[in-house]
Design a protein around this ligand. Structure first.
Ligand code: HEC
Length: 236
């Protein structure tokens, strides 16, 4: 092989990889503007959810406590994994209010977030749709925040989760004296007489963030299980 062919093939092999990994995604994702979707009833909807300040604070608490070490926030499309078929992970198949909301995660889902918490391992369940899962399934009819406070304080307290290896985040709570009536947020765990366990502001922010995790709104680019929109009606 001549030196010239060697240099040419070297540039070609690195060039193609660079094109596919850097340049193509750059042009596909550089300007993800909110897209208006026309709903069935003729109204326009923008599907990028807005995030309140407390939710953004909660994302910082999530990062600071290393939740991403064990929890992903990425539902893979059917050609790359079985996420869509795991119960209630990629959305809820039989959501009573919203129908079938299962779909894969899409780059739009992270728009407006400072950091995409896709996670680095999957020791625990994927949390992409945790918010809706708690509202519609775990705490159905009850207070979803209380469900999460209980889990964060002691992940092993529910009879069906005795073996949970999710760490307890007790330091996000404080034990204080009850003055007058107990707080509405007080946790149902044993504590000294006259005292109560309540969440610190960090726990409140984290819980707001966790309940905001619903990556199941219809997006036009969804490949699978997207609820029908005017732009993409469901196949008959
Ligand atoms: C050492 C790994 C690990 C870390 C770190 C971790 N978790 Fe977990 N988590 C798990 C495992 C394993 C489960 C599954 C067992 C269970 O249901 O409790 C779980 C379950 C959960 C669940 C219930 C999810 C569901 O749908 O059933 C929530 C909510 C949760 N974790 C939140 C958190 C938050 C918030 C943090 C960070 C503050 C965190 N976890 C950090 C391992 C971890």
């Amino acid at each position: 092989m001549s030196f010239r062919t060697f240099i040419l093939s070297l540039s070609a092999s690195f060039g193609v990889a660079w094109l596919a990994i850097v340049i193509v995604p750059y042009f596909k994702m550089r300007s993800l503007e909110p897209i208006a979707v026309e709903e069935g009833d003729g109204t326009n909807a923008v599907y990028i959810p807005k995030r309140a300040g407390r939710i953004a604070d909660g994302a910082e608490v999530y990062a600071a406590n290393g939740c991403y070490q064990c929890h992903s926030q990425l539902v893979r499309p059917t050609y790359a994994g079985n996420d869509m078929f795991r119960p209630d992970m990629g959305g809820i198949a039989g959501d009573e209010e919203r129908g079938d909301t299962r779909r894969e995660t899409n780059a739009f889902d992270f728009q407006g977030e400072k950091f995409a918490q896709i996670g680095i391992s999957r020791l625990g369940p994927d949390l992409s749709n945790l918010g809706r899962r708690i509202e519609a399934i775990y705490a159905k009819g009850a207070n979803p925040e209380a469900w999460l406070y209980g889990h964060l304080y002691n992940p092993r307290w529910r009879p069906d989760r005795r073996e949970s290896s999710c760490p307890s985040f007790r330091f996000l709570f404080k034990v204080t004296e009850i003055k007058g009536n107990p707080s509405e947020e007080s946790l149902p765990f044993p504590v000294e007489e006259g005292m109560e366990i309540t969440p610190k502001p960090e726990a409140r922010a984290l819980v707001s963030y966790l309940l905001s995790l619903k990556k199941d709104q219809p997006v036009p680019a969804s490949l699978n299980f997207a609820p029908p929109t005017a732009a993409a009606p469901k196949a008959p």
